[in-house]
Ligand binder design. Sequence first.
Ligand code: ADP
Ligand code: MG
Length: 548
Amino acid sequence: TVKTTTHEFQAETKKLLDIVINSLYTERDVFIRELISNAADALEKFRHESITATDVFDAHVPLEINISLDDKNHTFTITDTGIGMTRHELEANLGTIAHSGSNTFLSQLAEAAKKDVSLIGQFGVGFYAAFMAGSRVLVQSRSWDGSEGHEWASDGTGSFTISEMPGLHRGTRIIVDLKEDAHDYAQKWKVESIIKQYSSFVSFPIKLEGEIVNTVQALWTRNKAEISEQEYVDFYKFVGNAIDEPMYRLHFSADAPLAINALLFVPKENFEVMGFGRMESGVNLYCQRILIDQHSENILPEWLRFLKGVVDSEDLPLNISRQALQDNALVGKLRRVITKRFLKYLEEEAKRDADAYLGFWKTFGIFLKEGATSSFEYRNDLGKLLRFESSKSEAGKPVGLADYLLRMNPDQQEIYYINGTSRAAIEAGPYVEMFRKKDIEIIYTMEPIDDFVLSHLGEFEGKKLVSADRADLAIPETEEEKKAEEDQEAGLDSTRTEALLAWLKQTLADGVQDVIVSKRLVDAPAMIVNPDSHMTSSMQRVLAASRF
Ligand code: ADP
Ligand code: MG
């Protein structure tokens, strides 16, 4: 008697399965990619664990993926010799969805499924993609701990069963009973072309009907000169689970101070602003071509989470556990070196093709701003990469702080900026009058976060960044200007001025701290300035709005 238990899918999983089964037939090929990617993950996990583990079940079996097809019975079968799953893992991993915020993710996915199927490819529906082609799916698995094997079975509608299954080898076999309109996934030519398209970078042999169909090689360790554009693009799609082409690519190697091979890509789209929630890191950490940490949170700062790719360092201890990565000093050093190198690469790109860089800035600038407000150590590098409109830029064509410095008057000591909702609103306001008159460039910060960014930055190339709504500005004056002001002051009736100031203070009462005579006004009769030297008025508004 074989012990069988029946389990309901978690509500979110049901929702996902419903989308997978009912609305995703055009992208069906991806089920093969998802199953191969899970097999490869399982093999990577096993390889990493087996470096330190002493007691490994089935230690001798080779690490590989086998795919076999049965055209008569219409089945697609994929077997890996990876880490396998215990009974409990089968139930937990193939019954629930691990994504955080999966409910929002699912509503987005349902929306996307209606209008743009290609988007779904970006996220992957994981294991459940098997139900795109399968009317029934069997998963037979035995964990590397050697505990008894089990079979998971479901038709994807509401529940699944788990039964004991003695005699299995280590790893996982997935048998997909193909739906009537999906029978061609049991044809070798079809499956081979899909593997070639999606999975050519899997770092274990993939055997199709006994024949190896991929070339196992780590692209990032190869000589740049020998890698074609197409190979890079294919690798990006593989590692980023992407269907677009990358916007930027950085492939670099270093021997000192650390041995590094890194291949990083900037995608074309920013999916975070498209409403898909916070991205997880897209960079995988390897040591001597062995995957140590997938979607590594440690190898780059959080604000570079939009990058995809790999980092490989031979200097890391191979047996390091994922938990130990966080506090590892070497990982910290690696992170600094790679971050610096990537920011320098962006600076070079900005010089090489300013328009292309502006495209990058529009899509991903928000991440660099996040970096500028959170990572003190990259302040200078990030300062060079920021772009803002200014009184001397064209509308819609932001400029860098370095451009500002080049145009700066020789006796000017500070870099000025002013916040406003739009270019027109800023230019109509009183703050910019005097800057215009004196021909001093002023940066327009039009996003609420901008003032936080510039105030965090503090200075750029030795010049202080100062908000023009500050009460105390060190604006240089020419001899003529000084003279003109003295004459003007002499011409004023000081008693009447005092009386006006006193009346204004009394009338405005608690609304103001002080009322003084200004030298900064040109046409406007009065303006409000901010006595706080730490927070601009825009920052105060943002903070007030977030208080409740
Ligand atoms: P993801 O791969 O993004 O975690 P999936 O839906 O593809 O999501 O897979 C869910 C989980 O099921 C995996 O995280 C893994 O723990 C487990 N799993 C799936 N396929 C295998 C396999 N071939 N071997 C071992 N575990 C697997
Ligand atoms: Mg997966």
